[in-house]
Design a protein around this ligand. Structure first.
Ligand code: FES
Length: 117
């Protein structure tokens, strides 16, 4: 397992999301009002809505374009069979956001149906 620093938690106000560049790709990181962090692909699979601009609940994000609701823990959309990719992240004591696996490693682990193990 590898960890990579991608930013600081103070860059994301509670209840919001921000995009971070990691190895040539973007990841959306969400900071919930209770202080949890979640990371997903940046664009909604419906019509590429910017998920980091969505409304963030305790463990969900609502796409700002057409209101699809994604569970940030699983990536599953609550009302359709749509889903988004999620990435494991954690925060250090000094507020550094760490991506636990690098994107290339995650891509290599993905199954043929696009689900992240
Ligand atoms: S682009 Fe996200 S719901 Fe349509």
């Amino acid at each position: 397992m590898t960890e990579r620093a991608i930013g600081k938690v103070w860059q994301i106000p509670k209840g919001e999301g921000r995009n971070f560049a990691v190895d040539g790709m973007e990841i959306a990181v969400f900071h919930t009002r209770s202080g949890e962090l979640f990371a997903t692909q940046p664009d909604c699979p419906h019509r590429n809505g910017p998920l980091a601009d969505g409304l963030v609940g305790e463990s969900i994000v609502v796409c700002p374009l057409h209101d699809r609701v994604y569970d940030l823990r699983t990536g599953v959309e609550l009302n359709t069979d749509c889903r988004i990719r999620t990435y494991p992240v954690r925060m250090t004591a000094d507020g550094t956001i760490l991506l636990i696996k690098q994107p290339a490693e995650i891509a290599a682990l993905e199954t043929a149906d696009g689900k992240t193990p």
